[in-house]
Design a protein around this ligand. Sequence first.
Ligand code: CMP
Length: 138
Amino acid sequence: MQRTLSIVKPDGVNKNLIGEVIKRFENAGLKVVALKMAHLAKKQAEGFYAVHRQRPFFDSLTTFMCSGPIVPMVLEGKDAIKKVRDIMGATNPKDAAPGTIRKDFADSIESNIVHGSDAPDTAAFEIGYFFNATEILR
Ligand code: CMP
């Protein structure tokens, strides 16, 4: 069993895709064990994406992530990190495989609907960024 953090980003919420994203994760056998809505302040978005601080897209990315409500969630299951990443598709929707969330719905590499942790250590950091232990239920 493994846990990962996913976020329906502001563009996904704006396009009424919260249910669609969760349905795809649940259909793959993943369990939602924590869920909330949030509207990040710039500093909170910067803290979440701190590993990208030196990247040229950091300011644009963090501004986008606080442009509207988001839906962070913790998903649990076998190989949850890889499963979520496979269901999301490549970061750039132009490279995403058919049938993935980003291929089906994303407009650009920045407005790409959904986030998923990329490794166990980042999953642990990202889950803790949004949820404390008492908010993770199963
Ligand atoms: P995400 O999986 O949330 O992780 C970091 C995000 O940065 C990524 O999705 C993209 O939305 C964004 N990103 C990555 N590369 C670029 C880029 N070259 N230009 C703009 N945004 C990017």
